[in-house]
Design a protein around this ligand. Structure first.
Ligand code: IMP
Length: 206
């Protein structure tokens, strides 16, 4: 189990993701802590297949792969959207619903079609982010964050990525796709998991 001080100002951290949207969000989250982020892509690390059956298993397999290949502490994540009326689908398959080209217009259309076919009036949904921090000595820790809200149709907004244009967080009228990206970052599932990670593993004076 990783402890307080595992991360500190000047720590190097490999972000085990090839998703530009996520790299941007993690970069913004980590910048104030003085952590030196390196993307898996810039180290030439391959993108592992998400073969796990849970968000946690997938986050861990990405971070373990990157930590082992680089010899540097690695942050892996898995995330997605869960739709209550669809028994939490697409869940761990959120990225895959975009097909090989990760076309999220396609994924949002499928989500909308399945929701209409379900006959349910319930539009409750949540994004979930699971973060796994893995050290080269194999110590590790896992953190989960969620943001609840509703899905809306048609999609609205050009900001963000993935399912952002159809997700309206609780207490707001704008979709994540319409919000200022910094505003979204402040309340996102990733931020919520990230705050736990910082609380548990970051020490200013280590
Ligand atoms: P993965 O974590 O790389 O497997 O990808 C998860 C997928 O969930 C992404 O490709 C997006 O489609 C979706 N997703 C995760 N987080 C967000 C978010 O903050 N906004 C919109 N879509 C998201």
């Amino acid at each position: 189990m990783l402890k307080s001080g595992a991360l500190h100002r000047g720590s190097k951290l490999v972000i085990a993701s090839h998703n530009e949207g996520k790299l941007y969000e993690f970069g913004a989250l980590l910048a104030p802590f003085g952590i030196d982020c390196i993307s898996a892509g810039s180290l030439g690390l391959p993108e592992p297949e998400e073969t796990g059956g849970t968000f946690e298993a997938n986050a861990l397999l990405k971070a373990r792969g990157a930590a082992e290949a680089s010899g540097i502490m690695a942050l892996g994540d898995d995330s997605g959207i869960e739709i209550e009326a669809l028994d939490n689908k697409p869940g761990i398959h959120s990225a895959r619903w975009g097909g090989p080209t990760r076309d999220f217009r396609l994924a949002m259309d499928r989500l909308h079609t399945e929701l209409e076919a379900s006959g349910s009036p319930c539009r409750r949904a949540n994004f979930i982010s699971v973060l796994a921090l893995v050290a080269p000595d194999k110590q590790e820790a896992v953190f989960t964050g969620k943001v609840f809200g509703e899905v809306t149709w048609p999609p609205r907004g050009e900001n963000g990525f993935g399912y952002d244009p159809i997700f309206v967080p609780e207490g707001h009228n704008e979709t994540f796709g319409e919000m200022d990206p910094d505003f979204k970052n402040d309340m996102s599932h990733r931020m919520r998991a990230f705050e736990q990670l910082i609380d548990a593993t970051y020490a200013n004076d280590a």
